[in-house]
Design a protein around this ligand. Structure first.
Ligand SMILES: Cc1cc2nc3c(=O)[nH]c(=O)nc-3n(C[C@H](O)[C@H](O)[C@H](O)COP(=O)(O)OP(=O)(O)OC[C@H]3O[C@@H](n4cnc5c(N)ncnc54)[C@H](O)[C@@H]3O)c2cc1C
Length: 225
């Protein structure tokens, strides 16, 4: 169990906020992983005081970042939104479903729905520092707002922001790349299953697709149709 303390937060758009935490000791995690976030003081107040949340920062960053969509208004979200600088948060059970390919020359195609791009920020910051030779395409499907867009636009990647109607075409455009890419898809259940189905229909083999499903996320990722 690692202890973090809140340094500050920023409003991104709508009900989406990014939180910056400091850690007593460097936190061990791999790029693209998530942790179970837990407020021990809330154990008696909530039936479920734990949430799985992706690391938006990279291992080795000075701060640990999480971005949350508070739109459900659940007690956990209301508590998080009211945190003041210095507030304590515990993280345990770190794990993940996204794993970088061994070959740094293999292209990566990252496809995120709405807030599903959080693990991709972690991965992209890691790649910039440790594997700048990896070719990356990022397809971000959203409604009107695109999380971290200024930071992604400044990265040496092919960055495509699409709406619901542009997603299918964008996916067709990333299925004929050479050498064969590793695909990573992250977002709500509906978004991930829809994108995987489209990729498979265009001939992408199942073992070239990794998924990170934000189970429990309310349907705000913009392209879940
Ligand atoms: C790997 C992973 C990474 C995630 N990363 C992020 C992130 O970076 N940012 C973010 O905002 N959210 C993320 N989520 C979603 C987050 O864990 C919460 O589920 C979400 O924020 C909803 O919590 P809530 O308090 O708003 O809603 P609640 O009202 O508590 O839950 C909404 C609904 O979803 C159901 N539900 C909640 N959690 C789960 C679950 N784990 N499995 C199945 N059903 C569930 C509840 O029963 C309820 O019906 C991630 C989830 C996973 C699994």
């Amino acid at each position: 169990m690692a202890r973090l303390h809140l340094i500050g937060s920023a409003h991104e758009y709508g009900a989406v906020h990014t939180y910056r935490f400091g850690a007593q000791r460097p936190l061990e995690f791999a790029p693209g992983q998530y942790g179970h976030l837990f407020f021990p003081k809330l154990l008696r107040q909530f039936t479920k005081p734990v949430r799985e949340i992706s690391f938006a920062s990279a291992p080795g960053d000075d701060e640990v970042w999480f971005t949350l969509d508070h739109s459900s208004g659940s007690p956990f979200q209301l508590h998080f939104q009211a945190l003041e600088p210095g507030a304590q948060l515990h993280v345990f059970g770190i794990g993940g479903h996204l794993e970088l390919p061994e070959d740094p020359a293999r292209p990566l195609v990252l496809i995120g729905g709405g807030i599903g791009v959080t693990p991709f920020r972690s991965i992209l910051r890691h790649l910039q520092r440790h594997r700048p030779q990896t070719p990356v395409v990022l397809v971000h499907a959203g409604r009107a707002d695109y999380l971290y867009s200024a930071e992604f636009a400044a990265m040496p990647i092919a960055y495509h922001r699409v709406g619901r109607e542009g997603l299918a075409d964008a996916l067709v455009g990333v299925t004929d790349l050479e050498p064969a890419p590793q695909y990573m898809v992250a977002g709500s259940d509906g978004f991930v299953s829809g994108v995987v189905e489209q990729l498979r229909n265009t001939g992408v083999p199942g073992d070239a697709i990794q998924t990170d499903t934000f189970k429990g996320l309310h349907g705000h990722d913009g392209a879940a149709a």
